[in-house]
Design a protein around this ligand. Structure first.
Ligand code: AMP
Length: 380
């Protein structure tokens, strides 16, 4: 079904054309009519499935003619696990809201930056995208009031549980009115999550779009057996010899991310690090530069990579393996998106070999292995 038949405000159709969205993605086709109809929705879908527009478009359509509430009351609350995702979701709201004669004021709030400018800017905001901690802080300071929220969106809900937001979420639920529309999006439906869904959602329309697992068919996976001390030279060898222009490298700690970045730079490879110890500004700058193609390599930890969408990313390299097999699939799923091929490479020390076998077994796919020790890494 084309976008024009889904019941969206006509102003958005022009923006959709400019964005070159040829037709609704499966989650959009299913979620848009349900949200327009004020139903609760449980969407099981990945980043990259078009899920942000699937709630942004109908929510803006529903709010189009309405006036802002008084006294810092929020109408639509979107709760997300990370600052980057808050910014990304807000950009989509902004993009479409800007097409309206009277744009609806949207704002993203998150920690790690000073709270005062956020408090001032909140006046007249109807749609708020927030990470849980900062949201509660602002509420305690009376900078916002959540008692008249009409729609609550929980984005990447499974990740919020992983990141331990349970208590904060319960506090947030207590501040919301009982009667409201609830939209919950998650990449997977875990047992933990079913607890939340049964409490939060009322008679939801459930939409399940192929899990990340199914998308990995598009990704060529390779592993290199290599000793710990040769990982750096091998990484540089792979990047340089294959002339990779845009590579996302994963490490397991912030310390390692910084170290790998510095070594890449010293060896003439343009790189930036992105992890939770960096300031918010530095994180946004690193991601923007990388997305725009101005930085060749982004070295990141898992926490930052959650939910981030980088269009047409060709390469992901695991400098270190993630602990959980699920995270491995998430990481490599940053490439091979929207039907584009991608390549995922893992550097595996003898100590990690057994763990890599477990990952492959859980993934249900075996990865071609290369003996990195036989490569001539001299000069890298
Ligand atoms: P998301 O799953 O919300 O992170 O979106 C992933 C990417 O898909 C974003 O870059 C969107 O701009 C893009 N996108 C969203 N809807 C469509 C569509 N119908 N057709 C093509 N691309 C889309």
């Amino acid at each position: 079904m084309p976008f024009s038949k889904l019941g969206l405000a006509p102003e958005f159709i022009r923006v959709i054309e400019i964005q070159k969205y040829a037709q609704p993605t499966p989650i959009q086709e299913a979620a848009i009519p349900a949200i327009l109809d004020s139903k609760d929705v449980l969407g099981i879908a990945q980043t990259g499935s078009g899920k942000t527009a699937s709630f942004v478009l109908p929510l803006l359509t529903n709010l189009k003619e309405s006036k802002p509430l008084k006294n810092r009351h929020i109408k639509t609350l979107v709760v997300v696990p990370t600052r980057e995702l808050a910014i990304q979701v807000r950009e989509v709201f902004q993009l479409f809201s800007g097409a309206l004669d009277t744009p609806i004021k949207t704002m993203a709030v998150y920690g790690g930056v000073s709270i005062n400018p956020q408090m001032k800017a909140l006046m007249g905001v109807s749609i708020l995208i927030a990470t849980p901690g900062r949201l509660l802080e602002l509420e305690r300071l009376n900078a916002i009031n959540l008692s008249e929220v009409q729609t609550l969106v929980l984005d990447e809900a499974d990740k919020m549980l992983n990141l331990g937001f349970k208590d904060e979420m319960n506090e947030i639920f207590d501040l919301l009115p009982k009667k409201r529309q609830n939209l919950l999006f998650s990449a997977t439906l875990s047992e933990d999550l079913s607890g939340i869904t049964s409490v939060v959602l009322h008679d939801p329309v459930t939409i399940k779009i192929g899990e990340e697992k199914e998308n990995i068919e598009l990704i060529t996976q390779t592993g290199y057996f290599i000793s710990e001390e040769k990982k750096g030279p091998l990484l540089r060898y792979i990047i340089k010899s294959q002339n990779m222009k845009q590579v996302l490298v994963f490490t397991s700690s912030a310390f390692k991310a910084d170290q790998v970045t510095e070594k890449l730079r010293k060896n003439g490879v343009d790189a930036m690090a992105m992890h939770s110890k960096k300031s918010q500004e530095a994180r946004v700058r690193a991601l923007t530069n990388f997305k725009n193609g101005n930085t060749r390599v982004l070295v990141a930890t898992d926490i930052i990579a959650r939910g981030i969408d980088i269009q047409f990313l060709p390469y992901v390299i695991n400098y270190e393996l993630p602990r959980s097999p699920k995270d491995y699939v998430h990481r490599i799923g940053r490439t091979g998106r929207a039907e584009n091929p991608g390549e995922a490479i893992s550097l595996v020390t003898p100590d990690e070999a057994n763990h890599f076998r477990v990952i492959q077994k859980k993934m249900g796919k075996w990865v071609t292995m290369v003996d990195g020790e036989t490569l001539n890494l001299h000069g890298f």
